[in-house]
Ligand binder design. Structure first.
Ligand code: SF4
Length: 471
């Protein structure tokens, strides 16, 4: 990595910080760790970049345009630093795991003071201290790591719900995805450490945890025979004060009967699965290196629905993957109809430099991709609408999360099945599990009214979070 001669800078310490997070929940969880470390060092949050002492850009590299957004942000700090010359600009996250990106920052962006990666996030206080002591730009990125550093302080965004990372990395190498190159190979945390973290969260008043990993279904493969995702779910289910356990993301090829049984048996594990299928065409799935077929998807979804009554299943779809024909697209529509997903995150395939798919022949023209995504959304929205109609007049358990974005007099929260509900209520209800009667079922959300202020766990069947209003 070439480095220009660095000029030592006198730093006046301003112990305030602002973190900008790009990308997924894993990054959000990493930002909570960075905030926790800073608060432990006596820093306080200050979102105004003109006033703050430290800005951290926690970057994502999943999509190429995310890179461009980050470079745009870094570029803007050249001007910010003119009015706030003592500002320290740190950049971390997945993008920094790509040497060519770090080279570009080194060559082109002198306003960046500190660079570190996903594998050495725990070193951040030490790196910051070294920078403050020496005033010289510092770049320290580890290529890989076979451990997850435990017990980092964490400044969580919500007191009543929390992300808990259970593993890092991915071994799958889907041909469109950069993650295995930026997050490295799978490393699982010891189950007892996860248990202790969830137990401590519960003791602090947290009622919902979301277990995070690029592929939670392969949790424990590196830990020995008796540890797997199903056993982890069963272990966490015994923590009394935790009321809801969620997880993401599940790879369809690794969603075993054992995991489905654990979800079905554990009353605290929500009846909701996000199962990204990406395509319904076996031919395209092979090109994506997903290691399952159309038949596998349909069989898994059937099994989930049989075993977990009232379950909601959502998915991710990539439209316009290289070589996708109209016939392949029709196969995807066929699977969507057969599986009746509650909803889907749809993406136009976009080239991600450094992945095998980026250099595949038969890249699909943009207008064809747009046409397919529009037709796909039409089918998906109709299914979402029809499923949501089933919630009309039902009473559901909702965890109240925050004021509604459109109307501060209303609250927003989620059912156990992950449905977004807007309902009347004041801030005193935030963090509570409430019983809400659904008064309007829309395609993307539900409206409701509170009928009971605090739903006691076990009031309703945890595997069917909607009950008839008159029961
Ligand atoms: S499973 Fe595939 S899409 Fe998911 S992180 Fe791993 S390589 Fe990427």
């Amino acid at each position: 990595m070439s480095r220009k001669k660095e000029v030592k800078r006198e730093i006046k310490q301003n112990k305030t910080y602002c973190i900008k997070t790009f990308g997924c929940q894993m990054n959000e969880n990493d930002s909570e760790k960075l905030a926790g470390m800073l608060k432990a060092l006596g820093y306080t949050e200050e979102d105004d970049v003109e006033k703050t002492g430290l800005v951290i850009l926690n970057t994502c590299s999943v999509r190429e345009n995310a890179d461009e957004r980050v470079f745009g942000n870094i570029g803007a700090f050249k001007t910010v630093k003119k009015t706030n010359p003592d500002l320290i600009l740190a950049v971390c996250g997945c993008m920094m795991q790509q040497p060519e990106i770090v080279n570009q920052i080194t060559r082109t962006y002198p306003q960046v003071d500190l660079v570190f990666g996903t594998h050495n996030i725990h070193q951040f206080p030490e790196l910051l201290h070294n920078y403050l002591t020496n005033g010289k730009r510092l770049i320290e990125v580890w290529e890989d790591s076979d451990t997850i550093v435990e017990d980092l302080p964490m400044d969580r965004r919500y007191p009543f719900k929390a992300f808990v990372t259970i593993m890092n990395g991915c071994n799958n190498f889907c041909t469109y995805c950069i993650v295995p190159y930026t997050r490295g190979r799978e490393v699982s945390r010891e189950p007892d450490r996860i248990f202790d973290e969830v137990k401590a969260l519960a003791d602090d008043g947290c009622v919902e945890v979301t277990l995070l990993g690029q592929n939670v279904n392969s949790y424990g493969n590196d830990l020995g025979e008796d540890v797997n995702f199903a056993s982890l779910l069963r272990q966490l289910n015994t923590i009394e004060k935790i009321k809801r356990i969620r997880f993401m993301t599940s790879h369809p090829k690794d969603l075993t009967d054992e995991v489905i049984d654990a979800i079905a048996d554990c009353e605290k594990v929500c009846n909701y699965i996000h199962l990204p299928i990406q395509s319904g065409s076996t031919r395209i799935l092979k090109k994506m290196n997903r290691k399952y077929t159309q038949e596998n998807i349909i069989e898994r979804v059937k099994k989930i629905k049989e075993r977990i009554p009232g379950v909601a299943i959502t998915t991710d779809l990539i439209l316009g993957f290289p070589g996708e024909t109209e016939a392949d697209f029709q196969e995807t529509l066929k699977v969507i109809k057969a599986c009746e997903f509650d909803s889907a995150f749809t993406f136009l395939y976009s080239i991600r430099t450094g992945t095998p798919a980026a250099t595949m022949d038969d890249q699909i023209p943009e207008d064809v991709k747009h046409d397919r995504i529009n037709r796909c959304l039409e089918v998906l929205h109709q299914i979402s609408h029809d499923i949501n109609q089933g919630y009309q007049d039902q009473i559901v358990e909702v965890l109240a999360e925050e004021p509604s974005r459109n109307n501060p007099k209303r609250l927003t929260g989620r059912t156990r099945t992950g449905k977004l509900v807007n309902f009347s209520g004041d801030a005193s209800n935030i963090g509570k599990q409430l019983l809400v009667k659904i008064t309007a079922a829309k395609t993307f959300s539900l409206d409701g009214e509170i009928i009971e202020q605090e739903a006691t766990h076990g009031t309703i069947d945890p595997h069917d979070d909607s009950i008839p209003a008159n029961s």
